[in-house]
Design a protein around this ligand. Structure first.
Ligand code: PHE
Length: 360
């Protein structure tokens, strides 16, 4: 028997004997690899005389193809056998409960929850969400809102000022969300119907004040928008937000430079020890400031006050969250304590809607 016939036999034996893919691969390398047995034989073709090469060339090529085919055949068989073995041993019980996902473990902060609830309520009334920057200039935060320099309201706001710029002006951290009124009215012609939730800043810190807090601003400007609309919007808001059938409301005259007339709105409540219940009782609780947008403010943004009028309101979101969810301490909002968040937080996919329920 010639060398290559013997080799073919040996290789077929080895391929048959290979019990796993690694062993089979070793056989392949030892036969067809660079220094493999078939490759060595092929190299010897060069030193053969032409007659011999004519016979051996095709014979060796045949051997190579034959062995390659045998290996891939065996490979398929081994793969199928390995898969079978895995399927026999590995089992997955699809009826087992899933481990909790991030969406189940994570919690939505009460402030975010309340912002979403408020957005759902006002969205349902046809107001859209507007936003403005936390870092404001004097014009948007004060001047355009009818709060000129030297106006005492500037001191009342305990403003955080940035360093003076070259032209002597100073940026501020917005002290309220009212500058978004200005940005909205300057962004295009009336009518305007927006709410603007966001962060606000005042240099003030005690049990009921934090230097950063949250407000939501409302603004509606149209030709015939009047105080009746303002009262209706706020009443519907309070009923929806506190999830009660009726609320008592009281408008006290107040003063804001950017509204005329201006009011503070109280809602009826009952105080039982530490607890406050909305929608019952004889006590009052102040929840927001509002009024009809001052004609000077309209003029500042090029709106003709003889044609257009409207109302604005602003309220503290943190306080609303505390009231609605019975959270006693404001400072805990900003401590990033996961235990607190687990206790007061909300499940991420329970998105507040009016039809599905704001809070569950
Ligand atoms: N910006 C006022 C505040 O921060 C609230 C307010 C907004 C009042 C809009 C009237 C109208 O206290």
């Amino acid at each position: 028997m010639s060398d290559h016939e013997q080799l073919a036999r040996d290789l077929h034996e080895e391929i048959k004997a290979a019990g796993d893919e690694a062993t089979l691969e070793a056989v392949r390398v030892s036969a067809l690899g660079k220094k493999g047995r078939i490759s060595q034989l092929m190299k010897s073709l060069g030193s053969m005389d032409p007659e011999q090469r004519k016979i051996m060339g095709p014979a060796l090529n045949g051997l190579k193809n034959d062995i390659q085919a045998a290996i891939s055949e065996r490979q398929k068989a081994l793969y199928a056998a390995a898969l079978d073995a895995r399927l026999q041993t590995e089992k997955l019980d699809v009826t087992l409960p899933l481990p909790p996902s991030a969406q189940q473990m994570g919690r939505i902060h009460p402030v975010s929850q309340v912002m979403d609830e408020i957005a759902a309520i006002f969205g349902d009334m046809g107001l859209s969400i507007a936003e403005g920057p936390d870092i404001e200039d004097d014009f948007h935060n004060f001047t355009a809102l009818n709060i000129p320099a030297e106006h005492p309201a500037r001191q009342m706001h305990d403003t955080f000022y940035f360093n003076e710029r070259e032209d002597g002006s100073r940026l501020v951290l917005r002290t309220h969300t009212s500058p978004v009124q200005i940005r909205t009215m300057m962004s295009g012609p009336p009518p305007h119907r927006i709410v603007a939730p966001g962060r606000t800043y005042r240099c003030d810190s005690d049990q009921t004040h934090t230097p950063m807090f949250h407000q939501i601003e409302g603004l509606v400007i149209d030709k015939e928008t009047h105080i009746g609309h303002l009262k209706w919007v706020l009443e519907e808001f309070c009923k929806a937000f506190f999830e009660v059938d009726s609320v008592k409301m009281r408008f006290r005259p107040s003063h804001f430079p950017f509204t005329e007339p201006s009011f503070e709105m109280d809602i009826g409540c009952a105080r039982l020890g530490n607890e406050i219940r909305i929608g019952e009782g004889e006590d009052w609780l102040e929840i927001l400031g509002c009024g009809m947008v001052h004609p000077s403010v309209l003029r500042n943004v090029d709106i003709d006050p003889d044609v257009y009028q409207g109302f604005a309101f602003g309220m503290g979101i943190d306080r609303l969250a505390m009231l609605k969810y019975g959270i006693p301490d404001l400072r805990a909002f900003f401590e990033a304590d996961l235990r607190w968040l687990r206790h007061y937080g909300f499940v991420p996919l329970d998105i507040p809607t009016l039809h599905g329920g704001l809070s569950r």
